[in-house]
Design a protein around this ligand. Sequence first.
Ligand code: HEC
Ligand code: HEC
Ligand code: HEC
Ligand code: HEC
Ligand code: HEC
Length: 354
Amino acid sequence: MKNLFSLFCKGLVFTLLLGLIGCEGDIGPQGPTGPAGPIGQTGLSGQDGQNGAENCVDCHGNNQLITAKMFQWENSIHYLGGHYDRNEADCAACHTSQGFLDRIASGAMEASADVEDPLPQNCYTCHQIHQTWTGADWALTAQDPVTLWVGGETVDLGAGNQCINCHQPRLRTPAVPTPGVDEMLEITSNFWGPHHGAKGALFTGKGAYEVGSGYVNSSHTTSVENSCITCHMAEAIEGRGAGGHTFRVETEEGDLNLNGCSSIVCHSAGAVPALVESTQAEIQLLLDELNADLKAIGILAPLFGSDRAVKGTWTSVQVGALWNYLYVEEDKSKGVHNAQYAKTLLENSIAALD
Ligand code: HEC
Ligand code: HEC
Ligand code: HEC
Ligand code: HEC
Ligand code: HEC
């Protein structure tokens, strides 16, 4: 716009100058009228008033909105984690931005092909950037209720649905056993288990080997609106230490972001750190006990830098207890996501192995 305007001004000055030069001689008689010029091209029509550049400022205004979110995102594991290089079609479905959008569009569990020039989870992965070219494009790309791959149950965590499309367990062979059905099962991979994204499942109390009884979900599951978003994207603390688009609930120094907790009516924020500590200590003790039991059986062992499944043929109870161990361990919140459910699951697994 600015350039056009300055061109126009220059043109005006030029014409005036020509005019001045023209004024020096005598003025001759007017010539004959020339032929009519060709009909001009039809102008481009706007798209329902949505395509005008004026809407760009909804987002690209001068308020540093995008820059601020990007600055936080650059301190997230989505940006820093480095595993976006897992660009084979099955891994790319969660590990790359392009593969994720591809599989959300198709409804498949994999991207349709390996992803060239892979990108990590970024603005375009979660927001409908440049679809209508208005502020409405901040809408999420995957906000529908999610049918979890393991167990096939559908859950609805509001805006948290965006997260659990990826933060959910992967399908495995053998599948998670059914309690009460006793059979021998063969594990053929040391990487058998829920993979690293068990959160969405444990948070909702789905997809585990529910041996025994007494399962209930904690109030985080039943009453935290938008789930993941409320705690992991609460207003940022310590600059960009945690919260907002860092997706961290805790800073690297170990300070919890309590901004989300106080929105949950049950807690006074001051009580939360101690509560988290005692919950995590209790779950860690149970994890340690189950870890020792599984190692004694021989189905779990330190392999490739971490405790993993041991290949072989095992009873369905042993396989189920192994799943439960890896499921709570890979959840990484040590009970915070769904404390009562995790506790019952570990206690019942320990009892079932006895
Ligand atoms: C919903 C908010 C939103 C609206 C509206 C919007 N943009 Fe963007 N735009 C973004 C985001 C987010 C990025 C990514 C920023 C980044 O990666 O650096 C981006 C990136 C860009 C880029 C950098 C190149 C690219 O594609 O990544 C250009 C150019 C651009 N936008 C132009 C426009 C124009 C022109 C309009 C209006 C017709 C517009 N945008 C409207 C959010 C928006
Ligand atoms: C497209 C898939 C995808 C989506 C959507 C997604 N994540 Fe992630 N997330 C990942 C992957 C993959 C990693 C690990 C990144 C790496 O290591 O490269 C990760 C890492 C994380 C981490 C860091 C984990 C750690 O070990 O420190 C947190 C926290 C997290 N995500 C929270 C969220 C939240 C909250 C949402 C929803 C707003 C979300 N994620 C949406 C795939 C996704
Ligand atoms: C359902 C989504 C999903 C799929 C499919 C998936 N991953 Fe992941 N993966 C994740 C998430 C989420 C994380 C990060 C979890 C966290 O750190 O809390 C992750 C983490 C990882 C890590 C880092 C582990 C660590 O200890 O830091 C590796 C390596 C990895 N994935 C490899 C793969 C490979 C290889 C494939 C394909 C064979 C694959 N993933 C498929 C969701 C997925
Ligand atoms: C892993 C998913 C994810 C990624 C990556 C992500 N966002 Fe978001 N963003 C969200 C969620 C979830 C919300 C909150 C939406 C809600 O509460 O309904 C949000 C909210 C926002 C908002 C506020 C929107 C509004 O309606 O006011 C802006 C602005 C925004 N994000 C910008 C960005 C930019 C810029 C990037 C890239 C640097 C980005 N986001 C990357 C998930 C993501
Ligand atoms: C009630 C608050 C709360 C909710 C809701 C919540 N989280 Fe967490 N999350 C935590 C806390 C607290 C931790 C443990 C932090 C620690 O000790 O490192 C954690 C740990 C994690 C981790 C491990 C990496 C890290 O940052 O420590 C990931 C990944 C994660 N959560 C993802 C999710 C996802 C996905 C959801 C939605 C299904 C979710 N969380 C819901 C509070 C919450």
